[in-house]
Design a binder for this molecule. Structure first.
Ligand code: BEZ
Length: 212
């Protein structure tokens, strides 16, 4: 199934290292990240899951739940978590889906047969509180993902959702943001009391609204 931005994230039930889950119920009314890795007991995946575990406070601050997936079984996941904790100096603190029957992988198009018929690629889906897909990205098996970039995009998505601003190229937390086109320039002062600049009628910037 090909999923696109704005589609409802398909719901499913699955076995995980933290017990059976009903995906939409698991997400509750917050944000979610569903990400796949090619296989347990592989080096890049080991570093990735460790990196995500270390970012737990950052995901919590963003009201975002994380869940990982591969087509390995539950016992394999559970044993491998011991290695991740040992080698990455952390404690895995999110569930891993055991998708042995490829049910979820197929729902989310995580198997790219010309890459591998037997393993998921490194897919990432960010899901909003409305259960709609807000971000999709795919990395090859040999490239570990940049989870700081994932947090940066979640920050941008939440700024748009809650503050009517977008983020410019290479934006970083604390830098000026862009007022969305749907807001009229004459309405900006009331909505953005920190000030604004009109660089062009369609390019209006303002300090990041959700920081002091
Ligand atoms: C890894 O996680 O290290 C990996 C997995 C599949 C292919 C290449 C690397």
């Amino acid at each position: 199934m090909t999923l696109r931005l704005g589609d409802i994230a398909p719901d499913f039930t699955a076995e995980t290292t933290e017990g059976p889950i009903h995906f939409h119920e698991y997400l509750g009314d917050g944000w979610g990240v569903l990400f796949s890795h090619p296989a347990d007991y592989t080096p890049v995946c080991t570093t990735e899951l460790g990196a995500v575990a270390k970012l737990r406070d950052e995901f919590n601050k963003r009201n975002t739940k994380v869940i990982a997936l591969s087509v390995d079984g539950l016992e394999s996941h559970k044993d491998w978590i011991g290695d991740i904790n040992e080698t990455q100096n952390t404690m895995v603190n999110f569930p891993l889906i055991a998708d042995e029957d490829f049910k979820v992988s197929n729902l989310y198009d995580m198997i790219h047969p010309n890459s591998s018929e037997k393993a998921t690629v490194r897919s990432v889906f960010v899901i909003g509180p409305d259960k709609k897909i807000k971000l999709i990205f795919t990395y090859p098996a040999s490239t570990g993902r940049n989870f700081d970039e994932l947090l940066r995009v979640i920050d941008s998505l939440q700024l748009t959702a809650y503050h009517s601003v977008a983020t410019p190229a290479n934006w970083k937390h604390g830098e000026d943001v862009v007022v969305v086109p749907s807001i009229k320039t004459e309405d900006i002062p009331a909505k953005f009391p920190k000030g604004h600049k009109v660089i062009k009628p369609y390019l209006r910037t303002t300090p990041q609204p959700n920081i002091d």
